[in-house]
Ligand binder design. Sequence first.
Ligand SMILES: [Zn+2]
Length: 174
Amino acid sequence: MLRLHEQKMIHSQYIDYVQTSLNNLGFSDVWLQQSVNFVKIFVELLKKRIKNQFSQSWSTNAFNSNTCTNYRIFKNSWSSENYWKMLPKNLALQLCRFRCRNHKLPVKKDILYGVEANQRLSHLCSNNKVVDVFHYIFECNHFKADRNKLIPNSYRATNTWNFNKLFNISDYNM
Ligand SMILES: [Zn+2]
């Protein structure tokens, strides 16, 4: 089949995909030789490169996306945080929605109506701040009582460091 494909007697998208994937993963030599010396080692290396390449692509996309400005502050790497295993399902679902901007906070309406990010002001407080989830968690007076009740004092200072720490908390008793 490969020979027929190379002689352009047939066209196989599958063969194209395998060739392109091997080339993109730095295994052009494997494609050219059509063999490997140690299959187990090759498969492990292949899996590692696929994972690394995906992780780099994920980081680049998160870093360059306008919709991920908050996400990239608290998401350090492409892996699951331990608290997902600890949270009850209903709270995990709410947190997941919040992290993915699938929430019902007032700023969502502005986002849906295409209001520019620097024009989105808090409708819940009077400090005329440009609003995003960071504002709701750390600044908005409307949530001051909830913030004082739910967020430990050492995490309340308004900065991205605390935002990151809060979403990567490992002490589940807090
Ligand atoms: Zn506010």
